[in-house]
Design a protein. Sequence first.
Lengths: 333, 286
Amino acid sequence: MELLCPAGNLASLKTALNAGADAVYLGLKDDTNARSFAGLNFTPKKLQEAVQFTKKQGKKIFLTINTFPKPGEEKRWYEAVDIAANTGIDALIVADLSLLDYAHSRYPHLSLHLSVQASATNLGALQLYKEEFNIERAVLPRVLSMKQVRDLAKVTPVDLEVFAFGSLCIMAEGRCHLSSYVTGQSPNTGGSCSPAKHVRWQEEGADRLTRLNEVLIDKSGIDEQMGYPVVCKGRYITEGDTAPSHLLESPTSLNTLSLLPELAKANVVSLKIEGRQRSPAYVEQVTKVWRNAIDTYLRDPQNYQTQAEWDRALSKVSEGQTTTLGAYERTWQ
Amino acid sequence: MKASLGPLLYCWPKEKVMEFYKSVADSSIPLVYLGETICSRRRELKFSDYMELANMLRESGKEVVISTLALLEAPSEYTELKKQVDNGEFIIEANDMGAVQAAKEKGLPFVCGPTVNNYNLASLKKLHSWGMQRFVMPVELSKNWLNTVISVEKPGFEVEVLGHGYLPLALSARCFTARHQGLAKDKCQTICISNPKGLLAQTQESQPLLRLNGIQTQSAACIDLSPEIGEMAKMGVDYFRVSPSGMQCIEIADQLFEADRTGHIATTEDHCNGYWYQEAGFNRVG
């Protein structure tokens, strides 16, 4: 079972590998990936360095090209694929049909992983991408229950990767327009959800108002622990109600440490840690805990138990300092 | 360019659905999409009921397309989908890549719904090669986007734009309607039936923002691109989709192409058109 960790920059990449990651994933410094934030990601030169460092350690490195090429600007995305192929990347993580087609026909030996942004949740979708583009692996959206993951794993024609830890996207990825509805930019079109330039905090008496493109998405106490402001984690009022509540989801992170044995038994090949936008300190902390958990499980699968100190360590770096099993657990749904 | 009626996104009682489509049969709308696209737990109408409605509409001279589920998770949902694809009479609207595969496997033509990611011409051409006859533009895309895609050459497929109704914005595993009522998803009592236009959610400053419709999140504001119809027709858009929001939407679709009509189609509601102008979706330009 592979531990796949995020690398927003070279420091995070080295930290992840030193802390026990089996593989890292990263993006180029432009909008060809869905974590296009200022100060993040890799120039082609830095990417070369990252590949060399990773290979020297005998680990794997995947390049994320998971946004959708814009009409008239497709060249930028094709070039990203070319760069990946010529740099010795182990696999490309791609969502767009035309890019999968390009990569598969130009570089048939380059491994392709279907990005979570392609939103493939069922056998038919996986078969399509396997038959047409020979994808080797698919990253499952965070909308399936553990039972559904198990069912899919029994029949899938490709390897499966799941999100194990990190910020919790509660919508079918790649098909969520909440960010663009409010800001004009979405992960698909602009390379990020809830872009920082639209976020504004305002203090009003004992309250902190969180605005996204001037829309009040939350009102909290000044000392309350808040996550990064996104539309789906705001507090709103429904018709007929008077009190605001987290109608969609509260700020929380996904943590599947307790599901590790089930994911392993289902033959999930890779556990993904979310967070290319987070600091090297986060990457180190999370990677260490998960390395430890996976090793503990592999040593003695029968007696695996989540240790309280692991959960504590992960909670500290979680949104709202709380965690959930999300959609894996049917009651959450 | 003509009007089309999108699938009913809400859960209405069976009698109301039947009454609605009887009125649709009497309308001038030439193209009707029919089927449950949101949640497999909504069972007011069975597959056979939809087929009956489809036949009734066809007999009234409509072209009918069977719309399929947008989020396919359980194996049972995929089995049901294959049954819809295999209906033998009507083409389907694929709202997920799984549905595209199901149609492609059978060598059947299909329409690509707005929740299939189509962001460039090369991807559309790929889908066309697999049998896509028409595609509904994803809601977050714009006039400029569409122009770039269809102005280079006349595409081999038709183009449909969602022009009126509440915007489908997101899909989740979680049922927000059941959760709001304190019900478990597996014991939801099909509670969405009590929100015929979804459940409106406002900000703490009373700004209407979202509309909760089971596992789907919609826009609070109604998109209205009716003043753009002339330009859309010039661009080569084939269908202007009206997404059902109530009985009055039939009248709206009927009036869209009246010769002397100008400006916005009569609506008292908060409306938006930002996406069309490459802005935040909720913006109102003009």
